[in-house]
Ligand binder design. Structure first.
Ligand code: FMN
Length: 318
């Protein structure tokens, strides 16, 4: 099935820049959209909740201004990520703000997003739900989502364990709508591979942490640049849900990454008492070994675009 026109006509590259807790804010999202890839942020990054209205007003105004200045420019739509879980007491209020602003794409995580789908469809918005298993993919489709984000092994943050070959292949047996693939995608050839495998779009997080516009400490950005796949630790210890984190950031908090105690799912907390997941323990996918610098977003996207074209030409020439 073809991608919705909202996406097929507006993207310079088949990419959604994924939402990242703390890291993604208006500066990052605006640059991603202006350079032709969907930019996104978790609603919870806008604090207090009233900030969400201001962020959305600013993002829409800056994108509209750029479009007015150059109507032929490909400017991608933006997305807001909603955590669908009882622990998110802002969900209803944040969705009301998204409906008011007619946010083009809502990305949902965790539970099946029934109410969110209803609210987004009321104004013609799209809902993409992220999943790590077939069972969750089926539940999300039953809830009426417009597309599935498959979070595979090696992705930053709360990642799955399945190979993308297995998960994309199985999901394609019962879903011919949009599939967005994630997990250690950080190069143009990886974007092309995602499409060759049967996905429509690549979903990229970690590559955008090491950019000028990301809301991350310099030490975090330097760690992304200075580490490789073997420095990524997959553990449920920090949040109760298995995720990928940078080993040196765990060591810096006085913890032994090779001997973390068992997670206490009920507390969603962890050992050192003062350190916090995401703020002090830094999330990252396995693609860190492919990231060597921290340029502006525009440069990252220009590079991905040229790598993508080169990979396509090289493959066709074989
Ligand atoms: C630091 C960090 C924070 C993240 N926070 C969120 C989040 O708040 N909501 C969400 O749906 N996904 C979150 N993710 C997961 C990403 O949206 C995405 O699935 C992942 O980054 C893709 O894999 P990659 O980092 O290997 O490109 C986060 C990932 C990272 C690295």
């Amino acid at each position: 099935m073809a991608l919705p026109a909202l996406l097929s006509d507006a993207l310079a590259l088949p990419v959604i820049a994924s939402p990242m807790f703390i890291v993604s804010g208006p500066e990052l999202v605006i640059q991603q959209c202006l350079n032709g890839v969907v930019g996104s942020f978790p609603a919870l990054n806008a604090r207090p909740a009233e900030q969400l209205d201001l962020w959305l007003t600013r993002i829409k105004a800056e994108l509209a201004q750029a479009k007015a200045a150059d109507p032929t420019r490909k400017i991608a739509p933006f997305a807001v990520n909603q955590i669908v879980h009882t622990s998110n007491d802002r969900l209803q209020q944040d969705m009301e703000t998204c409906v008011k602003h007619e946010v083009p794409i809502i990305i949902t995580s965790l539970r099946a997003p029934n109410e969110v789908v209803k609210a987004a469809h009321s104004y013609g918005g799209l809902v993409f739900h992220d999943v790590t298993t077939i069972r969750h993919a089926q539940k999300a489709l039953e809830a009426g989502v417009d597309g599935l984000i498959l979070v595979c092994a090696g992705a930053g943050g709360h990642a799955g364990t399945l190979s993308p070959f297995a998960l994309v292949g199985e999901v394609r047996r019962f879903h011919d709508g949009p599939i967005i693939l994630s997990g250690a995608i950080a190069t143009g050839s990886a974007i092309l591979s995602a499409q060759a495998m049967g996905a429509d779009l690549a979903y990229i997080g970690t590559r955008f942490i090491a950019t000028k516009e990301a809301n991350a400490a310099d030490a975090y950005k330097d760690m992304i640049v200075g580490t490789s796949a073997s420095d990524i630790v997959y553990t449920p210890y920090f949040t109760g849900v298995p995720g990928n984190y940078l080993k040196p950031s765990i060591v810096a908090q006085g913890l032994n990454p090779d001997d973390l105690p068992h997670a206490d799912k009920t507390k969603m907390s962890f050992g050192s008492g003062t350190a916090k997941a995401w703020r002090d323990i830094w999330g990252s996918g396995q693609a860190v070994g492919l990231i060597d610098d921290c340029p502006p977003v525009a440069e990252v996207i220009a590079r991905l675009t040229s790598e993508y074209a080169q990979a396509k030409a090289a493959l066709c020439a074989r």
